[in-house]
Each structure stands twice: as structure tokens, then as C-alpha cells.
Design a protein around this ligand. Structure first.
Ligand code: COI
Length: 331
């Protein structure tokens, strides 16, 4: 079986090779899938992508023309895939429903603690040779604080447990909580979580057209004054204008994000300066440093997560080519 895998960094290739116990014939493409490089899959039997690859109707039509029946993503999120187009073209989509939840949870936790203890402000000052200890650096301690996890799936729950390890009181909001979340977290309604939490961390899937701007002015108004907001899920879930207004008014004290809106145009590229970025929104976020911290979508970029993504993707292909189905299909 020939698989063209998009967005495979050099570092990832040895993992792809070592875990390939199925004898798949891999073609690696360094770049994410675009309209320009779709041809790299012309003689493939299947395609493997990751988040931010362009799996729209145009590319799916190309794949269908070449007889490709399986286009799988090694991400949890699948907002980059056109489900309707795939169904129309008879292409099966599948994903990796979960990889090491510590990957994203640890990053969200680290961003949260960095801003909670004002490390972002302190480092920025000392880098400017400013050693004044001003009121902005005065902090609570996390074991006396409350953390709110919005979306208590595997990642949110894992982050909640990290905070519990430090003694924090952890609230969770989830419309469909798992038994594990019910057992571990103090589950409450969203308004209560927002009113009480010193750190709010977002871990909900993004459904285009359904929960865009979940975090809007009203959400931020309901947050505890001075709280920190963390988003390691998807940029589209957060209205940046509302966040920046919340920072300006002091309603929130920090925004840490591993994700930005429309990442496809920005991720994986180095621009000469912020002025060259193709997004005014991201320019505004960067200008708000150090109250806004942005990382380049690296939550899942860890050894265990990478291994899980590749292993489960191979299993998806194995199942699909053996039976015509995988348990991880997206419909
Ligand atoms: C996901 O798995 O949903 C991610 O956000 C990972 C990313 C590399 C697309």
C-alpha cells in the first residue's frame, strides 16, 4: 500500500520508519498539503495529513480522480477536512481520536502557570535591565487558587489533574462529561466556572460555523477579574478583539495561546517581521506581548504524542485496507 504523508518533518521520519511494521510504502512531503503540492499523491493508494492541511473539495476531488479512497489525519481535530465533499466523493476520512493527552495538557498548564506567576512580565522586565518589583508581579499561590477546565475530555482532564497535583481547586465544565471527569473534577455550569476560576483553559473541539468565537465579550465579562485565559485548542474558538479589550480593561490579566485563527497562512513559515504577517489579528496579538503569549501550535509536538499519532494512523490504514473500515472514521 502506497501512502503519501504530508507535513512530515525531518525529525519525524525515523518514527515513521521504526513504527512501520506493516510494510507501507511511504512518500514523505515536508510541507503541509496545499493546492500546489497535491500532485505528490498522484500514484498513492492513500493519503495521510495532519492539522492545517488543506483537505477541501478541490483536493479531495483530485484524490478521487486518482482512485484514492482513504485520506486520514494524524490529528485529533478534523476541522481542516470537508466531510461533505469526502462523502460525496466516496472517500473515507479517519483521524487519531487521542494521543498522549499530556502533550497538550502540559503546554496549557505551563502557559497558565507562567502567566499566573507573572513569569512573562518578570522576564520581559529583566531582559530590559529593569529589576523593579512592581505590583504587577505580586501573585497568588496556585494551591489557594481555582482553575477552570472548559471541555473535560482527555486533555482537559489531564490538565486538571496536573493542577490538582499542585493543590489547586479544579472546576470542569462539559455538557457530556465522562465518568472519569465526573470522578476527578468538580463539574459545574459554565457561568460558575468563569466566575470562580483564576485560570480558564479551553479544551473543546472546534466545529466550523457552530462554535466560532465561543470565547466572546460576554464570556470574558463573566470571568473572574484578573484571571488568565489559555487556549491550546483552536484559534477560531476565541474572539481576539474581545480578549484584547479584556486585557486593556484589566478584566483578564493574560492570554496564552498555542493556536491562532487561520493558521494555514502562517504556520511553518518565518516572516521577516510582524509587519509582514498576513493577519492583522495575529499582529495585534503579538503587539500585546507580554500579556499575550503565543506558541506556534506545538502542543502535540512531543515524543509520546508523535508515536501515538503515527502508530494509530498506521492501524487505521491497516484496518481500512483489510476490512474497508476503521473504528476511527470521521462522518
Ligand atoms: C490536533 O491533533 O488536533 C492538533 O491540534 C495537532 C496539530 C499538529 C494539528
Amino acid at each position: 500500500v502506497k501512502i503519501t504523508a504530508y507535513g512530515v518533518r525531518e525529525l519525524e521520519e525515523p518514527y515513521f520508519q521504526r513504527l512501520n511494521t506493516n510494510g507501507f510504502e511511504l512518500t514523505y512531503v515536508r510541507e503541509l498539503l496545499t493546492h500546489e503540492n497535491v500532485g505528490a499523491a498522484a500514484d498513492a493508494d492513500a493519503v495521510l495529513v495532519r492539522g492545517n492541511c488543506v483537505v477541501d473539495r478541490q483536493n479531495l476531488q483530485q484524490f478521487a480522480n486518482w482512485g484514492i479512497k482513504a485520506v486520514f489525519t494524524r490529528s485529533v481535530g478534523y476541522n481542516h477536512m470537508d466531510l461533505q465533499a469526502a462523502a460525496d466523493l466516496g472517500i473515507t476520512l479517519a483521524r487519531v481520536p487521542g494521543y498522549s493527552p499530556y502533550a497538550v495538557a502540559e503546554l496549557a498548564f505551563t502557559l497558565g502557570m507562567t502567566m499566573f506567576r507573572h513569569v512573562n512580565l518578570g522576564i520581559t522586565q529583566t531582559q530590559q535591565a529593569n529589576f523593579i518589583v512592581n505590583d504587577a508581579l505580586f501573585s497568588k499561590e496556585i494551591h489557594t487558587a481555582t482553575v477552570g477546565i472548559v471541555g473535560a475530555g482527555r486533555i482537559g482532564l489531564t490538565e486538571g489533574k496536573l493542577y490538582q497535583g499542585l493543590g489547586a481547586h479544579v472546576l470542569g465544565y462539559d455538557p457530556y462529561p465522562s465518568a472519569a471527569a465526573e470522578a476527578a473534577l468538580d463539574l459545574v455550569e459554565l457561568p460558575q466556572l468563569l466566575a470562580q476560576s483564576d485560570i480558564v483553559s479551553i479544551h473543546v473541539p472546534y466545529f466550523p460555523g457552530k462554535n466560532d468565537d465561543l470565547v466572546d465579550a460576554d464570556f470574558i465579562k463573566q470571568m473572574k477579574p484578573g484571571a488568565v485565559l489559555i487556549n491550546t485548542a483552536r484559534g477560531e474558538l476565541v474572539n481576539v478583539s474581545a480578549v484584547l479589550a479584556g486585557l486593556d480593561s484589566g478584566q483578564i490579566s493574560g492570554y496564552g495561546a498555542d493556536v491562532i485563527r487561520d493558521e494555514v497562512a502562517i504556520l511553518g513559515q518565518a516572516f521577516a517581521s510582524a509587519a509582514d504577517l498576513p493577519s492583522a489579528e495575529v499582529q495585534r496579538l503579538l503587539a500585546a506581548y507580554p500579556r499575550v503569549l503565543i506558541t506556534p501550535h506545538v502542543g502535540s509536538y512531543t515524543e509520546p504524542a508523535l508515536e501515538d499519532m503515527i502508530r494509530i494512523s498506521y492501524q487505521n490504514f491497516q484496518d481500512f485496507f483489510a476490512t474497508g473500515h476503521t473504528t476511527n472514521e470521521i462522518k
